[in-house]
Design a protein around this ligand. Structure first.
Ligand code: COA
Length: 174
């Protein structure tokens, strides 16, 4: 059952403040499940809790482009009670492993609000580095806000996870 995806708190961290109908969300899910990274430039994966199978959220690679071989990462854990338990870090590492070992991408970037300290901490743990700020670029809560850009290169990830290695199950996320 899809819950907690339409909250103001979540939407203001991912920068999409408009409410979305359940029907629109379900349509998006169906369409996302059909995307092919090579044809559509997008890979969307569900994050689930391994033992219970509980659906936790999504991790997405977007804007996968050849010949640049880059992509943009996005992630959301919906239920606030499931945050800060390591799932986001695990899921991000798994998506990076897929990006670099399977899709053979060279660079993954993301943007986040500078006040989203939990997200920044999780991204840093996965090896993302700060690139810089896009100043006053996102309209949110009645004002234009900065966005922090972070990225990670293939060679940086491969130092920790060279060919033949896998992302270990630090928690029970999958
Ligand atoms: C961002 C998100 C994916 C991170 O996933 P998560 O499972 O909550 O994160 P993790 O538990 O793997 O790691 C979070 C880290 O931040 C720390 N943290 C939590 N709150 C923090 C805060 N206010 N300030 C600094 N660090 C904080 C945690 O302690 C943990 O670090 P640690 O493992 O060293 O103790 C998840 O919280 C989420 O979906 N949030 C809402 C949507 C969102 O912000 N998406 C990202 C948009 S760019």
């Amino acid at each position: 059952m899809l819950l907690h995806w339409n909250t103001w708190e979540l939407k203001r961290t991912i920068g999409v403040p408009l409410p979305r109908s359940r029907a629109a969300m379900e349509d998006w899910l169906v369409e996302s499940s059909k995307t092919d990274p090579w044809k559509d430039g997008e890979l969307t994966l569900a994050i689930t809790e391994k033992r219970s199978g509980e659906f936790l959220g999504f991790a997405v690679l977007r804007a996968i482009r050849s010949p640049h071989n880059r992509g943009r990462l996005g992630i959301s854990i919906y239920n606030p009670q499931n945050r800060s338990k390591g799932y986001g870090t695990d899921a991000t590492r798994v998506l990076l492993w897929i990006a670099f070992h399977i899709l053979c991408l060279r660079s993954i970037s993301l943007d986040t609000f500078p006040h989203n300290e939990r997200a920044i901490r999780a991204y840093r743990k996965c090896g993302f580095k700060r690139v810089g700020l896009l100043r006053k670029t996102e309209f949110m809560d009645g004002e234009y806000c900065d966005l922090l850009i972070m990225d990670i290169l293939r060679e940086e990830f491969m130092r920790d996870y060279p060919s033949g290695t896998f992302v270990g199950p630090a928690t029970d996320a999958s």
